[in-house]
Ligand binder design. Sequence first.
Ligand SMILES: Cc1ncc(COP(=O)(O)O)c(C=O)c1O
Length: 400
Amino acid sequence: MTDLFSKFDPLIEIREQLLSTGVTDPFNLVMEEVVSPTVAICNGKKTILLGTYNYMGMTFDPEVIDAGKDALERFGSGTTGSRVLNGTYVGHKAVEQALKDFYAMEHAMVFSTGYQANLGIISTIAGKDDYVVLDIDSHASIYDGCALGNANIVPFRHNDVEALEKRLKRLPEGAGCLVVLEGVYSMLGDLAPLKEMVALSKAHGAMVLVDEAHSMGFIGENGRGVAEAQGVIDDVDFIIGTFSKSVGTVGGFCVSNHPKFEILRLVCRPYVFTASLPPSVVATAATSIRKLMHGKAKRDHLWENSQKLHGGLKALGFTLGTEEPQSAIIAVIMPDLEKGAAMWEALLHEGLYVNLARPPATPANMTLLRCSLCAEHSSEQVDQILGMFQTAGRKTGVIG
Ligand SMILES: Cc1ncc(COP(=O)(O)O)c(C=O)c1O
């Protein structure tokens, strides 16, 4: 019989080859202590965190922590049940209300993760005879949602409005179609041209879902995301988001104004057939979301950080994923995996953690050092970070 693990052999070989160079395993780092949203102890060393999705720095907010502790004591450590059975507590209703208020929308449905939110909503809405038209660089949870629903996947070239139009024009007459877009694409930190794409999709009669995982809290006047910033939020049918980034805990959600939205609670398998989030998690999320509604000062500071880091890295001679900073993610393009891993390790040695991203997670087979900024990074920390990039870049020969 075939060895079921033989399909992993190429990856095992790449991994072994990389580790044989003596480099620290970039995918096995342990945070021994977490001191703040921007500092942790790794390998016994104080390390600046520049590879978390803690964009708004909410994880150590005293009100958020108090809300979690209080719910833990009053409601216990877990619900031990599905949302449709015993797993809906007042806290789940409260976090859904916080989301409705945050987005000014009629409906909000909370899932146990953002991954499950995409899995659930996409698979439930788009079935066997339907079409999901999506950007080819879409997150794995979007592809998995299409696979679970058995929908026909129609990918188009990344952020290419004309390619989207061509695909929409070619769909069979009368077919059901969901267009799935992301506000910020997390590998390069670039924005989708939502204004054009949403208008085009609606003109073709498609429904539109936008995953705002990497923009919630930060982008848009009220932090509602790229759809808000580009003035199309009222034309979007579903917004997907997560609590694991700007909100600073774990969980996922969908908000919508669709009049039949509530029926999804009964038919969406990744919502029904899993336990609901613990009371402490929904309490921290609700408190954090309500605070993000008043997060303008943090948003402004995060933009300053993003601009400073992008400009500084460019001046040092690094090749970046975008010409201008577009989000809180700045991707530094490495020549290859070996150099990328060496640079990642050299940065860690300097006291800086960034994310190493490599194919197949990255577009065009790139190896990237992905930097994600936090509103709690001070301007001095960004200066320190630039100094560390300079030292590590010269040591590894990535810059001259
Ligand atoms: C675009 C996008 N959607 C969804 C998710 C899943 O979020 P979660 O961590 O809550 O499962 C991610 C996570 O990285 C993401 O980048």
